[in-house]
Design a protein around this ligand. Sequence first.
Ligand SMILES: Cc1cc2nc3c(=O)[nH]c(=O)nc-3n(C[C@H](O)[C@H](O)[C@H](O)COP(=O)(O)O)c2cc1C
Length: 145
Amino acid sequence: MQTMESIVVYFSRGGKTRKVAEAIAQELGCKSVDIKKETPEVSGVDMLLVGSGNYVGKTDKSLLTFLKTLQPSSNKKAAVFATSGGPNPNVISVLQRALEAKGYEVVSSFKCRGRFLFSNRGHPNEEDLKNAKVFARTLKKTTRA
Ligand SMILES: Cc1cc2nc3c(=O)[nH]c(=O)nc-3n(C[C@H](O)[C@H](O)[C@H](O)COP(=O)(O)O)c2cc1C
């Protein structure tokens, strides 16, 4: 069976999304890249995972610029994830649209709460990270189908 190459690329202002990104990467046995520090090489990647905190429904320019400069593709898959203060992070659809604009098939998404001011203290917590790993395991099945 051919090995599927995955990579996790994320923007995290305060470190909550980083925790989720690292849990997902650990489960997939792949690299996680902080877009503030590195521009990832994705040419040989079959599954691109993109995550961000939700900042008034948006992500950071660095992540959007990265998505805009992706080579258009007709055979690559992607998945998106976010942490947020509230229950419905609009940034999920922002990331999804940017990937779809490049021809990526977005197969799945994951979200969980991240501490914000006085709410969601301790999040993402152990259970959130466990759920993120379950999400990652599901993706392994998708890519190998
Ligand atoms: C400037 C700013 C704006 C935010 N706006 C929202 C928002 O509109 N809706 C929401 O649900 N959470 C909002 N949040 C909360 C973040 O999405 C949440 O804390 C997230 O876990 C941050 O991830 P990070 O630690 O990876 O940066 C905001 C946080 C910041 C710092």
